[in-house]
Design a protein around this ligand. Structure first.
Ligand code: SF4
Ligand code: SF4
Length: 379
């Protein structure tokens, strides 16, 4: 492993947008206060021994100084006495939890005068602000936007996603299963945010990414960033780039996977994958859902709900008594090829943002990077 000192000796590759400023760490509560005045603020917290995303009311609720140890099929969260705040990588939850919830009431109704009254869900009263999400998760929102705003406009998604504020935190310490650099989504966010923060020793470097972000910055006690602060932020992000947990060669990958649909490695996956669906649940871009209608026994009321579904489940591809992906070889291959190949044709971007969650949370330790690398011939 290269030491941070060794990396600091190299020239910085990362540049910041004009208007970058610094906010003292002591003033972070001011930022959260300003955001909560306008938005429901979603941020990383500690829950159930892992980093989770929850709505917070104050900066005190933020996860601070935790370090995660991640590897295929393993996640451990440890408390450190480091003064830094964002010392951890992603936990299992992503912005998808809030903009495309796992369970959603679409509408409900009741019988009235021989007819049914239908009540649509209410518009959420407050907009969301994502604070402290990573560049890969910021990209995951843009990927979901392609599906649920551009290509298949979905009112339920739009109501939640709407005009959400995005305050991303650039990565200065990636997790061991991360590969955002290979997917072009990190460790520094280049677009799709309102403000981007980079944690320094005593302050945050804040970069505006939109007029909304600039307006928010104008309400904070910032001061213009010095050249030394800009350089330090750039060096630390470069350090993260050099310590990325995994690397995936994406050159011609969509075409290679299409050519290799009969690769023998897919046969191994049939016996290895247990079809638990975890990878699709934790993946920030998996968007499939199913719909269920429920009528009460007295036939007086009903509701329609939608739930996340998974291409790993048997029912997902069951049609009129037959199944067009009848085994886990076909289902696993479909999932990987969708993420890394078909998605590019469908939406013009990879469906994988390199967050590493599917690797960490796979109970049998299947690693999408290893699989794709093997299928592409080990390079
Ligand atoms: S496929 Fe895996 S690494 Fe890629 S975005 Fe989904 S969970 Fe993250
Ligand atoms: S790849 Fe892993 S997480 Fe995904 S369905 Fe198979 S066993 Fe479960």
């Amino acid at each position: 492993m290269k030491t941070r000192k060794a990396v600091l000796a190299k020239p910085a590759k990362f540049v910041f947008k004009p208007g970058a400023a610094t906010l003292r760490k002591d003033d972070l509560p001011v930022m959260i206060e300003r955001l909560t005045a306008e938005y429901d603020v979603v941020a990383p917290v500690v829950r159930d021994f892992s980093i989770a995303l929850e709505k917070i009311k104050s900066a005190n609720e933020l996860a601070r100084g935790y370090r995660d140890v991640q590897s295929p099929g393993r996640y451990v969260l440890e408390k450190t006495d480091e003064p830094m705040i964002f010392t951890y990588a992603n936990g299992q939850e992503s912005p998808k939890k809030f903009i495309h919830p796992s369970r959603l009431l679409m509408f409900k109704g009741a019988r009235k005068d021989g007819l049914f009254d239908v009540i649509e869900e209410d518009e959420p009263e407050r907009k969301l602000a994502f604070f402290g999400i990573r560049p890969c998760d910021r990209q995951s929102i843009l990927v979901l936007d392609r599906t649920y705003i551009t290509d298949h406009p979905d009112p339920y998604y739009l109501r939640r996603r709407g005009d959400a504020f995005v305050a991303v935190v650039n990565c200065t310490r990636p997790g061991a299963t991360c590969f955002c650099a290979s997917m072009g989504t990190g460790p520094k966010a280049d677009r799709g945010f309102d403000i981007a923060l980079t944690e320094l020793a005593d302050a945050f470097l804040i970069e505006p990414g939109s007029p909304k972000g600039m307006a928010m910055m104008s309400k904070l006690p910032t001061k213009p960033a010095t050249q030394a602060e800009l350089s330090q932020a750039g060096f630390w992000i470069e350090d993260a780039l050099l310590h990325m947990g995994r690397t995936l060669n994406t050159t011609d990958l969509p075409q290679i996977l299409l050519r290799e649909l009969d690769h023998p490695h897919w046969d191994i996956m049939k016996d290895w994958c247990v079809g638990c669906t975890n990878c699709t649940i934790v993946c920030p871009t998996c968007f499939c859902y199913t719909i269920a209608d429920k009528v009460d026994l007295s036939l007086q009321s009903f509701k329609r709900e939608r739930y996340w579904d998974s291409c790993f489940s048997w029912q997902f591809t069951e049609v009129h008594g037959c199944n067009f992906r009848e085994n886990l070889r076909q289902r696993y291959r479909h999932w990987v090829c969708h993420k890394l190949s078909y998605w590019v044709e469908q939406y013009g971007v990879f469906g994988c943002v390199g967050c590493g969650r599917c690797i960490t949370w796979c109970p049998v330790g299947i690693d999408i990077v290893d699989v794709a690398t093997t299928v592409r011939g080990g390079v």
